[in-house]
Design a protein around this ligand. Structure first.
Ligand code: GTP
Ligand code: MG
Length: 192
């Protein structure tokens, strides 16, 4: 897969705008500030493909990145506490229209924080992926901030909180160090 040709293509802020194309999609989602943009940059070996922010809640649109016969989709981050109800409603509507066309999705990549028990919003997001009927993986990011033992303990908690089907992989990842990159890339290639 050529990473050098991946480029930002388009973004949609409302469900009415949302348009899909025929290429298969790899769909990334996660709580605001979980490191979604950092992970995508690391995965594709690109410095600034997706914008990394110090202020959480930056990605508020559905962003499409075009690759070689594949689209990478960055869904808007969720769960940022300071977000108003109108914004939450907008997020819900975006998810509803996005997941109304699940056949486009080759693989879902749900990113959670390796350090914490999944939030109620994480559980909701997991439901969107599960109910899509499409294959998905869960990636636990920021493992560089944890000891090996803690990673293992937290993984059991994450699996049970998200009620992950046995066949759903849970991949330890560090967007900072690059840990987990080969495994995640492998899963993506497998599905394409
Ligand atoms: P929004 O788009 O704002 O919702 O955030 P995001 O999920 O895209 O997160 P982003 O990539 O902007 O990263 C948020 C913060 O976490 C930044 O300060 C990153 O440097 C940091 N970060 C991301 N991944 C890791 C990681 O694996 N390890 C560590 N230590 N920090 C990380
Ligand atoms: Mg982001």
């Amino acid at each position: 897969m050529r990473f050098d040709i991946i480029e930002f293509d388009r973004s949609y802020g409302t469900s009415a705008q949302l348009k899909r194309f025929s290429e298969p999609e790899i769909v990334f989602s996660g709580r605001s500030n979980v490191g979604k943009s950092s992970l995508m940059n690391k995965l594709f070996n690109r410095k600034n493909l997706a914008r990394v922010s110090s202020v959480p809640g930056k990605t508020v649109t559905v962003n499409f990145f075009k690759g070689d016969k594949v689209n990478f989709v960055d869904l808007p981050g969720y769960g940022y506490a300071a977000v108003a109800k109108a914004e939450r409603d907008r997020w819900g509507k975006l998810m509803e229209s996005f997941f109304a066309e699940p056949e486009q999705i080759s693989l879902g990549v749900h990113i959670v924080d390796a350090r914490h028990k999944p939030t109620a919003d994480d559980v909701t997001m997991s439901g969107w992926f599960k109910n899509s009927g499409r294959p998905f993986v869960v990636v636990a990011n920021k493992t560089d901030k944890l000891s090996k033992t803690a990673v293992g303990e937290n993984f059991a908690i994450i699996r049970s909180a998200l009620e992950l089907p046995e066949e759903t992989p849970l991949i330890p990842f560090s967007a900072e160090k690059g840990d987990g990159r080969p495994e995640l890339l492998g899963r993506i290639m497998e599905q394409l």
